[in-house]
Design a protein around this ligand. Structure first.
Ligand SMILES: *Cc1c(COP(=O)(O)O)cnc(C)c1O
Length: 389
């Protein structure tokens, strides 16, 4: 028997992080207390009232059965209400909202719902890797929109060649942005929606970091812009907002036809979110958290200020982001993203993420996550400083 797996798996880029994982284990085996600033996973716990809600919901037998793939009516309604309170526009829970098993699931399946072989998909580079895998798994042709520092890490939509725009089916956007920490205001979405309507392109906005913001910045939604409902969906996640990455729950809302198409894929591929998790998510979305979220943002902001200050003091160039928990820093002269990451791991015992792991456009940068306590961040910078870069 000779096993041959699907050719689509060969379309994925070499998994850079596997080599870094191996290196990390090697460093740990030497007894080094490795500090991981590599992953975007909150260390702050899920607020207690959400955990308590799950405990209650888990005891109900009706929650032990298969959920509906699209989510409980109460979950969709509460999500739409949370969204309306936060951003303004109102959505019909029955037709324009769908529960997701984490927004990653929805992002991946959305490509299956809209991309045909040969379609061009416009993908930010650097970017969240699922936009790319969703594209190529479905036979789509990626066209990378390089996010450059000089343009504030925004894609140059005017620079997309006419024939590319004509063949494009889908545009991915993600602001506040992972990995660059870049943010936008409503006028950027106005441009993006105009581009999409003019060229008949579907707009998918990943708004996973909408609530992780500082300095009074308020991240907009694409639906604050006229015309967005004709062409767009927006993905929301409870993962970062409520420190719930392990729970797997999010939602999509937007154009009914697009939400319905994603729903069709989901009925065929999955069986929805555990209802007890949906009940707990409702508790989170209803608010009444005694300002836990504001408290968490204050913690991230303090860490941001500490890390940005310390990195600049040792000569690394980086901006203080107005949102997300990432610092996107330029690598010092003489290094590539990977060679800098490797040296910092081997000699300082600090894990960071090479920008090139998010696409070629991320070369020259590394990403630091603010998901460890301040003492650990200070310790990490002290060790990097000792390298005398
Ligand atoms: C964390 C993250 C998500 C959310 O993932 P979930 O599946 O909801 O946990 C989506 N997009 C980006 C860019 C992210 O960083």
């Amino acid at each position: 028997m000779q096993i041959k797996t699907a050719t689509r798996l060969t379309l994925l880029p070499p998994y850079l992080f596997a080599e870094l994982d191996r290196l990390k284990k090697e460093v740990q085996a030497k007894g080094v207390d490795v500090i991981s600033l590599g992953i975007g996973d909150p260390d702050l716990p899920t607020p207690q009232h959400i955990v308590d809600s799950l405990k209650r919901a888990a005891t109900k037998p009706e929650n032990h059965r298969y959920p509906d793939y699209e989510g409980l009516e109460t979950f969709r309604r509460t999500a739409a209400q949370w969204y309306a309170r936060r951003f303004g526009p109102e959505f019909d829970p029955a037709r324009e909202v769908c529960a997701l098993i984490g927004s990653k699931e929805g992002i991946a399946n959305f490509s299956t719902a809209v991309v045909d072989p040969g379609d061009i998909v416009l993908i930010p580079d650097p970017g969240y890797p699922v936009y790319y895998s969703g594209c190529v798994f479905n036979g789509g042709e990626p066209y990378f929109l390089v996010l450059k520092k000089a343009s504030g890490f925004l894609p140059d939509l005017d620079g997309i060649p006419e024939e590319v725009a004509r063949r494009a089916k889908l545009l991915w956007l993600n602001y506040p942005n992972n990995p660059t920490g870049a943010t936008v205001d409503r006028s950027f979405f106005e441009k993006a929606v105009k581009f999409c309507l003019r060229n008949n392109v579907i707009l998918a906005h990943d708004n996973a970091y909408s609530e992780i913001a500082y300095d009074g910045y308020r991240a907009p939604s694409v639906f604050e812009v006229e015309g967005a409902r004709e062409c767009a969906v927006e993905f929301h996640s409870l993962s970062k907002t409520f420190s719930m990455t392990g729970w797997r729950v999010g939602f999509v809302l937007g154009n009914a036809q697009l939400v319905g198409a994603l729903g069709k894929v989901k009925t065929n591929f999955d069986s929805g979110v555990f209802q007890a998790v949906q009940e707990a998510a409702i508790t989170g979305l209803e608010g009444g958290d005694g300002d836990k979220l504001a408290e968490y943002c204050a913690v991230y902001k303090e860490r941001r200020d500490l890390l940005v200050g310390a990195l600049r003091a040792i000569g690394l160039v980086c901006a203080a982001p107005r949102a997300t928990f990432y610092i996107w820093a330029e690598v010092p002269k003489g290094y590539s993203s990977v060679s800098f990451t490797e040296r910092v791991l081997k000699e300082a015992g600090v894990v960071i993420t090479p920008g090139s792991g998010f696409g070629k456009g991320g070369e020259g940068f590394v990403r630091f996550s603010l998901t460890v306590p301040s003492e650990r961040l200070s310790e990490a910078v002290a060790r990097i400083k000792a390298l005398r870069l």
